[in-house]
Design a protein around this ligand. Structure first.
Ligand code: KIV
Ligand code: NA
Length: 269
């Protein structure tokens, strides 16, 4: 089977209409990618792996080496969905040239289909530079977690008319620069709808609106791996409880010397 391609994802939205919403989930490991692959159009190797895998306080300390290692694992574990790898903080903001160097490294080292970067008008020149040189780019506007130190937190954006107008301008600039899709994160719903109407490429919502052209969630969030998740996460499964209960049973059986049992031990013929 042939992997979905980026132009095909872009073409899901024709004259402002998206008949088949774009399905995206994050993946960081090969096995996770294998399990999600058939169900998704896009797998995102998000820099959220900083918090989810490495226990970091934000995505700011995530490195290009981390993104490359996990990106390669996700590409190895999938064959249907197109794979998008996040450019980490510090790897692209300085100049279009710096961004091209980082993005081309990710493409070569991982075999991914596209990269994603955060930011609006200030990043438009960089998005154009990459797309004109063979690197498909997904944008990310609204609540941009790499800018947490400037934004002051992870609160929803676009509550004031002025801020909403600025974010629509950000999305327009990135779309005009050639992005094939744009993640719209953590914005009030009318703003998510306005952006979706304003730009020709698909919007991928998270904490946004069901009227976006697609949706993304952090897989570990929707699987209930954490004690606390943001309001916009729907918990589809409670894996943390399942894992904790399995570990408790194992520990009890080891202490009672009932594991391993006959089925798990080798006996002489
Ligand atoms: O890093 C990430 O997981 C993301 C998605 C939440 C869009 O950027
Ligand atoms: Na991210």
């Amino acid at each position: 089977m042939k992997r979905l391609n980026i132009p095909g994802i872009r073409q899901r939205k024709v004259d402002g209409v998206t008949e088949q919403p774009v399905v995206m989930l994050t993946a960081y490991t090969a096995r996770q990618a294998q399990l999600l692959d058939a169900h998704c159009d896009l797998l995102l190797v998000g820099d959220s792996l900083g918090q989810v895998i490495y226990g970091l306080p934000s995505s700011v300390p995530v490195t290009l080496d981390m993104m490359s290692a996990h990106g390669a694992a996700v590409v190895r574990g999938s064959y249907h969905a197109a794979v998008v790898v996040d450019m980490p903080f510090g790897a692209y903001e300085q100049s279009p040239q710096q961004a091209f160097e980082s993005a081309s490294r990710l493409l070569k080292e991982t075999g991914c289909d596209a990269v994603k970067l955060e930011g609006g008008t200030a990043m438009a020149e960089t998005v154009a530079f990459l797309t004109q040189r063979g690197i498909p780019v997904m944008g990310h506007v609204g609540l941009t977690p790499q800018a947490v130190n400037v934004l002051g937190g992870y609160n929803a954006r676009g509550r004031s008319a002025a801020e909403a107008e600025k974010i629509v301008g950000d999305a327009r600039a990135i779309a005009d620069a050639g992005a094939f899709a744009i993640v719209v994160e953590g914005v009030v719903e009318p703003l998510a709808i306005a952006i979706t109407k304003a730009i020709p490429c698909p919007t991928i919502g998270i904490g946004a609106s069901a009227q976006c052209d697609g949706q993304v969630l952090v897989t570990d969030d929707m699987l209930g791996m954490f004690e606390r998740t943001p309001r916009f996460v729907k918990i589809y499964e409670h894996l943390a409880e399942t894992i904790s209960a399995a570990a408790a049973t194992y520990a009890a059986e080891v202490r009672a010397r009932t594991f391993p049992g006959v089925e798990q031990t080798y006996q002489p013929k």
